[in-house]
Design a protein around this ligand. Structure first.
Ligand code: IPM
Ligand code: MG
Length: 365
């Protein structure tokens, strides 16, 4: 197959982790006889520096005209003082909205090789951690009106949280469909004891559940959910939630699996053109030092093959290679065991060596 992939290297560690993911994709293309062509897209801080805009229209068009988009990370100290609507993150939000990718899928799964990297007690980890957060991505407080004004000599800021029934319904369906393919348990997370938007969320989820009688729907308040994720994560299979709650809970969920550096994500809308990115940030403190963990990005590339290109064996091939590299004890700094005796069985590797090792272990089934 021929596929055109829009590639956003971004800022901080973005370029180095994306380089490794592209090396892996090139090897997959060679093994399976595909042709992947890459179109460079500037977004984030680097686009502000070059074009004075975190996502110029032409760059968005390149993404929309591609078969899918692979993104590293954007943002950094350097652009912290630019106005809100010109920040690097605004480029990312405009990209998500421009591509219409409303459904963000973030798996929280512990790799058995990394179970001791989890900060949770072993007895909790042993019960299993394997759930998915389905996060609504282009609505809610991220996209409501943001305003700061001076009222009678005092600065007043507001951010508006809006959801329409339709927006809730379309992400709700993704939640139910995802649960249907797994253990048929869906947990809808909101704050209906306080927020109107959450009461509407809950109402729509229950109305939808009549169409999915085979899926067991439960409701949970977001504060309780934050607690349950560390207390008893094995109870979860699929969580569906609104944009900001999903942002926060997915960081928490990634931590209990060992490291945020390992977690990929997919974002999809009405078409197969998706946006694939690790869930971590641009980590400017370690940028350019060849120490970042590229696995979150490499697994995001695998998700792209699986969900946008229907290349199941190719995606399995990448995931198996990652697993083998971990089996052999290779660890990037973020997942290196702190405990000395365990560290003896591991070897710390850098970003490019991690990419090379994964490539060496790619085997066509
Ligand atoms: C994420 C990030 C983004 C978000 C930021 C960079 C805007 O935290 O993808 O989780 O809040 O969605
Ligand atoms: Mg986040």
């Amino acid at each position: 197959m021929n596929k055109n992939i829009a590639v956003i290297r971004g800022d901080g560690i973005g370029p180095e982790i994306v380089t490794q993911a592209l090396r892996v994709l090139d090897k997959i293309a060679e093994l399976y006889g595909h042709t992947f062509t890459y179109t460079n897209v500037d977004m984030g801080g680097c686009a502000i520096d070059k074009w004075g805009d975190p996502l110029p229209q032409e760059m968005l068009d390149r993404c929309k005209n591609s078969d899918s988009v692979l993104l590293g990370a954007v943002g950094g100290e350097k652009w912290n003082s630019v106005p809100g609507n010109m920040r690097p993150e605004k480029g990312l939000l405009r990209l998500r909205a421009g591509m219409g990718v409303y459904s963000n899928n973030r798996p929280a799964k512990i790799w058995p090789q990394l179970s001791s990297a989890s900060p949770l007690k072993q007895s909790i980890v042993d019960k299993g951690i394997d759930f998915i957060i389905v996060r609504e991505l282009i609505g809610g407080i991220y996209f409501g009106e943001h305003k700061t004004e001076n009222v009678d000599g005092t600065e007043v800021s507001s951010d508006v949280l809006v959801y329409t029934e339709d927006e809730i319904e379309r992400i709700g369906r993704i939640g139910f469909e995802t649960a249907r393919k797994r253990s048929k348990k869906l947990c809808s997370v909101e704050k209906s004891n306080v927020l109107d938007s959450s009461r509407l969320w809950k109402k729509v989820m229950h109305r939808l559940s009549e169409e999915y009688p085979d899926v067991e729907l439960s409701d949970m308040l977001v504060d309780n959910c934050a607690m349950q994720i560390v207390k008893n994560p094995s109870q979860f299979d699929v969580i569906v939630t609104e944009n900001m709650f999903g942002d926060i809970l997915s960081d928490e969920a990634s931590m209990i699996t060992g490291s945020i550096g390992m977690i990929p994500s997919s974002s999809l809308g009405a078409t197969s053109c998706g946006l694939y990115e690790p869930i971590h940030g641009s980590a400017p403190d370690i940028a350019g030092m060849d120490v970042a963990n590229p696995i979150g990005t490499i697994l995001s590339a695998a998700m792209m093959l699986r969900y946008s290109f229907d290349m199941t064996s190719e995606a399995d091939c990448i995931e198996n290679a990652v697993s083998q590299v971990l089996d052999l004890g290779y660890r990037c700094a973020d997942i290196m065991p702190r405990n000395e005796s365990e560290a003896l069985n591991c070897r710390q590797i850098g970003c490019s060596e991690c990419g090379s090792l994964i490539i060496e272990h790619l085997r066509k089934e």
